[in-house]
Ligand binder design. Structure first.
Ligand code: F6R
Length: 609
């Protein structure tokens, strides 16, 4: 969603801001803008559309000179995408500029108040209210004016603020929307995402909710909500800039698909020692684990699909009830959570607003929160009792791939850890799964090597306009993810169904030539999967099947197309099975000429409800 970047130092600010915004493009946006202090005043440039429009307008940054500025990519919430509604929003005198991620919930009442005081408005945004309100309270002390505004605005916000009277400082504010500060030498940065500034510094301060920071060239001072100074340590970000660049690949999504074996090695290998799962800094005691009566897995989108796989696996090996809940539903449904409930939140970004709200609700009800998160220092990670990082590295493509795979792996490791503590799994089974987890990256490499087959099938099916993914049990959970991947990037309508449900309604949609992707990796239910393939074929469906090597021959007799994956422990099948589905979606979208890394209407990190 929206992106923020800010710079203060000795270099030209505009090119730095444009470059930072380009690195945030993946988050999704519909307009962009910058404000730079130049020749005694703020110069603002904003444009609807791609960042390239703004960049051209600014001659790549050469059009506005100045060493301090703020920039923004906007994803419209209040007011349609337009030049006027783009950020930065400025106060009536043009003296104060604000960039904002999030939503000011009480903006309407505040706007009415300001209008009654004679303040004219030019945009429909909630952000303009912040700029105007700061100016309303401003009497020469910007920090105090910001402090007064913070006590009046409600909602979620990350703010970058620049004032023409004090061009030697930038102000940053964070509440329920990510904002980090980059510490440089003789220069400092603010950004909604490390990716925007990693080129300049790897020393980063993670702001807490309610904190305010004043950035000057020489340093950064943080304050709490009451503007009392607080001391903050910078953390070192250890991934390289290449991780956030395409490195020769045409799309981030493809690069991230190909990175999965390496990401799995990072997620799994350090957590297995001498054949035992070892979870670093794990804050749940054996007594607590034995006391768990119920597990909730709460997440959105693909992370929710990981939870669906997790439900089948965890229930099977722990003999504990596991409920998977959509975060957007969980928060409003009065869930039954108590001190014996473990609530597992899964999130790549660690900033998804619904997941964050569900976390707080679960905590309020007394549940223990364990989160599986990719972005280090993100809000969900920081508010959880226990965090297991996925170590997938930065994921830039909007459609998740390597985060999904590593989330699955971490959830499997967690299951093994619990099963051992609870004594619900025999040593032989435990050893076998651990062994297979260590082989997973290499087996995934085999799947990736066979990508030409998948490319061929994509060329056969890319012009279909409706696809069904069917499967049972783990294959059903896998189908949910395969179907989402396809629809989000190729815009082909697709649905995932539990195969047994077909005859309860959906089968009426199957007609001559309908593409059905039949998932049949789970050996225990292979015969049933075969029956479902026969069932849809006899109604005219064109079946592309996914199964394991040992079943190749049998499935090959009836399916129109066939993709196989190596055999592994059943619990790990979705980890291998998802790769051909990701590749299929990718190649189909490529052949349809879609904007793969930035699908329409979607944002990478969904920080609004
Ligand atoms: C789909 C996708 C989304 C995310 C969802 C949750 O490819 O990426 O469905 O999985 O928005 O995001 P996180 O995991 O960041 O909470």
């Amino acid at each position: 969603m929206c992106g923020i970047v800010g710079y203060i130092g000795a270099q030209e600010a505009t090119p730095i801001l444009l470059d930072g915004l380009a690195r945030l493009e993946y988050r999704g946006y519909d307009s962009a803008g910058v404000a730079v202090y130049s020749d005694g005043a703020l110069k603002v440039a904003k444009a609807k559309g791609r960042l390239q429009v703004l960049s051209d307008m600014l001659q790549g940054g050469a059009a506005i000179h100045g060493q301090v500025g703020i920039g923004h990519t906007r994803w419209a919430t209040h007011g349609a995408p337009s030049d006027i509604n783009s950020h930065p929003q400025v106060s009536r005198s043009g003296k104060i500029a604000v960039v904002h991620n999030g939503i000011i919930e009480n903006y309407s009442a505040l706007k009415q108040f300001l209008i009654s005081q004679g303040v004219p408005f030019t945009s429909q945004t909630d952000t303009e209210v912040v700029a105007q309100l700061i100016e309303y309270f401003y009497d020469g002390d910007l920090l105090q004016a910001v402090g007064r505004v913070l006590h009046r605005i409600e909602g979620a916000y990350a703010l970058g603020i620049l004032c023409a009277d004090t061009p030697d400082q930038l102000i940053a504010v964070r509440r329920d929307s990510p904002l980090i500060l980059g510490v440089g030498e003789g220069e400092n940065f603010l950004a909604s995402d490390v990716t925007a500034i990693i080129k300049h510094t790897r020393e980063v301060i993670y702001m807490e909710d309610g904190e305010v920071a004043v950035l000057t060239r020489e340093g950064i001072q943080c304050y709490n909500h009451f503007l009392q100074p607080v001391e903050k340590e910078a953390a070192h970000v250890d991934w390289e800039i290449d991780a956030a660049e395409k490195g020769g690949y045409e799309h981030f999504m493809f690069k991230e698909i190909m990175e999965q074996p390496e990401a799995l090695r990072r997620a799994i290998f350090p957590r297995i020692k001498d054949g035992q799962v070892y979870l670093e800094d794990f804050g749940l005691s054996d007594d607590y684990i034995r006391d768990i009566r119920k597990i909730y897995i709460v997440a959105c989108g693909s992370s929710y699909h990981v939870g669906m796989v997790g439900k089948y696996n965890l229930e099977r090996i722990l003999r504990l009830p596991v409920e998977v809940a959509l975060a957007s539903e969980f928060r409003y449904r009065e869930p039954i959570v108590d001190g014996h409930t473990l609530v597992i939140m899964i999130s790549q970004s660690g900033e998804t607003l619904d997941t964050m709200a569900a976390l707080r609700e679960a905590k309020r009800l007394g549940g223990k929160i364990l989160s599986i998160v990719n972005v280090v220092g993100s809000s969900i990670a920081r508010e959880s009792d226990v965090v297991l990082y996925t170590w997938a590295g930065p994921e830039i493509a909007v459609a998740t791939t390597k985060a999904y795979s590593t989330q699955l792996a971490v959830l499997d490791l967690l299951g093994l850890h619990f099963a051992q503590r609870l004594g619900t799994m025999g040593k032989e089974a435990y050893d076998q799964i651990v062994q297979e987890m260590l082989l997973l990256p290499a087996k995934m490499e085999q799947v990736l090597e066979n990508r030409e087959d998948i490319q061929y099938y994509a060329s056969q099916y890319f012009n279909h306009d409706s696809v069904f993914y069917i499967g049972r049990n783990l294959d059903y959970a896998l189908g949910l993810e395969g179907s989402l991947k396809l629809k989000e990037i190729s815009y082909i309508h697709s649905e995932a169904y539990a195969s047994g449900e077909l005859k309860h309604g959906t089968i009426s949609l199957i007609e001559e030539g309908t593409l059905v992707v039949a998932l049949a990796t789970y050996s225990r239910l292979f015969e049933k999967a075969m029956s479902n393939v026969v069932e849809v074929k006899s109604r005219g469906a064109d079946v592309l099947a996914l199964t394991t090597e040992p079943h190749r021959k049998e499935m090959g007799k009836i399916a129109n197309g066939l993709i196989t994956i190596p055999e592994t422990h059943p619990m790990l099948l979705p980890s291998l099975g998802v790769v051909p589905l990701q590749l299929f979606a990718y190649y189909v979208a490529l052949m349809r000429g879609c904007d793969i890394d930035k699908p329409r209407n979607l944002a990478k990190s969904v920080t609004v409800e």
